[in-house]
Design a protein around this ligand. Structure first.
Ligand code: HEC
Length: 403
């Protein structure tokens, strides 16, 4: 079972534990025992994310022990609190103390989360993991402060805040995005898919002998298990299913990302249809001449920018994607503001041609329909970004040759 406590619960929980003699005695006993065994060696991003989850839970347990001791002996709360810091930050952090022991792994929650964040590419889990990392570090810093006192009540006040930050870093498996924390990313993104598990495109009906993990982009929408196998299937512990349904021989455990299906699958259909052909080859060739006369001084012969930003290739396209630039936005910018030293100074045909040239250099394919001379509303719907399956002439800049 996942612990889904709100900060309010945590506070109450910590206080009640302190008052109850029985729980107190038990907690003192537990505090003296070695913590849970360190997580197994992490495999793949999924394993690393799980290791971070184990570290955060270990820190949480230590801190609950620390908060449940009496004021009689500072050592009783200081050791578990230090062990919580160790599990949060890992052995390479200056605040780590080997003498206290480590209930987590050597990387600590912060190290494990940092490793997942360092994966190449843009991922939907980054905001949640960045938040989890910040709250992990905050909890450790607060605990470091809390350890400066020998007074249990001062310690309790400060350390209770750290417990809340750990809860927020852990997050909730029924939340998508930044509010989900670590548990949310494990439950709703491909970080929740074990390395050995079979995946299937979530936009199509599940196939195969199952269980399969239905994914779209970085999101995990469902786990499908054939009805015949469902009785013997247990959901991975880090996954919380929002709803369960039976369709066409499959039991579908849907995650909290399921409501994103329509949006994700619309994008998937676009990707499957391939990038649109928006201009003719002849236009792009004519556009090269326009560029060489009117734009090259600032944007450079290789389009990577001299005195101005790049206008083609990886840098331009990833910026465009990040900012959600549509073709309409870029067209308007060029037609109204460029050339920068002579805004609006070219003929409509020259603008259409130079835009065709930029599309070609950005690896969009040529087709039979010319780039229009005038604005069309559909241009605002077409979002620019790296073209899947492109073959840039220059692998470093990602700019395509214009034949
Ligand atoms: C005198 C220098 C200059 C010339 C000439 C010029 N540009 Fe620009 N261009 C700029 C500057 C500066 C910016 C950045 C403007 C801004 O950020 O507001 C820019 C931005 C752009 C952008 C958006 C890129 C981005 O990442 O922000 C495009 C596309 C572009 N120019 C295309 C063209 C085209 C096509 C021509 C020729 C018709 C041209 N420019 C001529 C200076 C120039």
């Amino acid at each position: 079972m996942n612990r889904l406590l709100t900060p309010g619960h945590v506070l109450r929980h910590a206080r009640t534990a302190c008052r109850s003699g029985l729980i107190l005695a038990l907690a003192v006993l537990l505090a003296a025992l070695p913590g849970p065994a360190p997580a197994r060696a992490a495999t793949g991003p999924h394993g690393v994310a799980l290791a971070a989850l184990a570290d955060l839970r270990a820190a949480q347990a230590e801190l609950e022990h620390a908060l449940a001791v009496t004021k009689a002996n500072a050592a009783l709360f200081k050791t578990p609190a230090q062990r919580a810091i160790n599990a949060l930050l890992g052995a390479s952090d200056p605040a780590y103390s080997a003498a206290a022991g480590n209930p987590g792994d050597a990387a600590g929650a912060a190290g494990d989360i940092t490793r997942v964040l360092a994966l190449p590419g843009d991922h939907v889990w980054s905001p949640a993991l960045n938040g989890a990392l910040a709250n992990t570090q905050l909890a450790a810093a607060i605990l470091g402060d809390a350890l400066k006192t020998r007074d249990f009540y001062k310690f309790e006040m400060t350390a209770t805040q750290a417990l809340v930050d750990i809860e927020i870093a852990l997050g909730r498996p029924d939340r998508v995005g930044g509010l989900g924390g670590l548990a949310g990313t494990l439950a709703t993104t491909t970080l929740g898919v074990p390395a050995s598990a079979a995946t299937a495109p979530a936009c199509a009906a599940p196939l195969g002998s199952g269980p399969v993990y239905g994914t779209a982009g970085d999101y995990l929408l469902y786990i499908a298990v054939p009805t015949g196998k469902a009785a013997h299937f247990t959901l991975p512990e880090a996954l919380a299913s929002r709803s369960v349904s039976v369709t066409k021989g499959w039991v579908l455990f849907r995650t909290a990302a399921e409501p994103l299906r329509a949006k994700l699958c619309r994008n998937a259909r676009h990707a499957a249809a391939g990038p649109p052909a928006l201009y003719t080859r002849a236009q792009a060739q004519a556009g090269r001449a326009v560029f060489m006369t009117n734009c090259v001084t600032c944007h450079g012969a290789n389009l990577q920018g001299v005195a101005a930003p790049s206008v083609a290739g990886t840098d331009f396209l990833t910026t465009a994607k990040r900012n959600g630039w549509s073709l309409g936005v870029i067209r308007a910018l060029v037609v109204q503001n460029m050339p920068f030293n002579n805004p609006g100074g070219l003929q409509p045909e020259q603008y259409a041609n130079v835009l065709a040239f930029l599309l070609a250099a950005n690896c969009y394919p040529a087709g039979n329909t010319p780039f229009p001379l005038h604005f069309q509303p559909a241009m605002n719907k077409l979002l620019l970004g790296p073209v899947p399956g492109a073959h840039p002439a220059n692998a470093r800049t990602g700019v395509c040759a214009v034949p």
